[in-house]
Design a protein around this ligand. Sequence first.
Ligand code: DC
Length: 231
Amino acid sequence: MTKITIAIDGFSSTGKSTVAKQLAKYLGYVYVDTGAMYRAVTYYAMQKGLINKEDFNKEALIYQLPNIEISFKFNRYKGFAEVYLNGENIEKNIRTLEVSNFVSQVAAITEVRQKLVEQQQKMGQSKGVVMDGRDIGTVVFPNAELKLFMTASSETRAKRRFNELIERGDDVIYEDVLKNVITRDYMDSTRDDSPLKKAKEAIEIDNSEMSLEDQFNKILQLVMITIEDYE
Ligand code: DC
């Protein structure tokens, strides 16, 4: 079967990674969570004391970018690839509300984006890849055969993210999660470099009222139609 590139973009907590993982498993494709890469750089900046609530030393982070090595390793027990920063598994550390509160500032830096986009393009060069993020269909793979743009209401998304964080055992308040979702949407879609926007050929999926199963089936159908078109 012809291998294609599937680009999934959309607002935060729209379930991009859930459906991307399902597709990758079903199709035997590689899944790349590009948000995890921006989170990894943010986590590095936090660890090095370069970013906090008062201050962000962008120049120092840019200077230290060559010291940041991000990789993915497939965890067969979990069924997906976990993210590593300089050889350390940081999959759990990057999913906190604290990282979410800083990540959009880090993702707005052009030098950070250049480094990560280059790595993402290499990871997807052989096709057979499902990549999710904010600029996959517009910047990373503008020639992707299938582009999806996921949306859902901010309340639906904040509820999903809140439940995930509570399940992990994090001590969070719903209002803070909602605020983070709204702020990130704004920052990610208004930044100068590669803002989040729907690629013109992207198919919009609003999953506010959709079950995971219905969503998967609908998207799989789109994938199959696309593959047929390219065969
Ligand atoms: O998908 P996520 O919520 O884990 O992404 C975290 C942040 O990273 C998101 O708010 C914006 C940034 N991001 C980006 O700028 N470009 C991408 N391709 C992926 C994520």
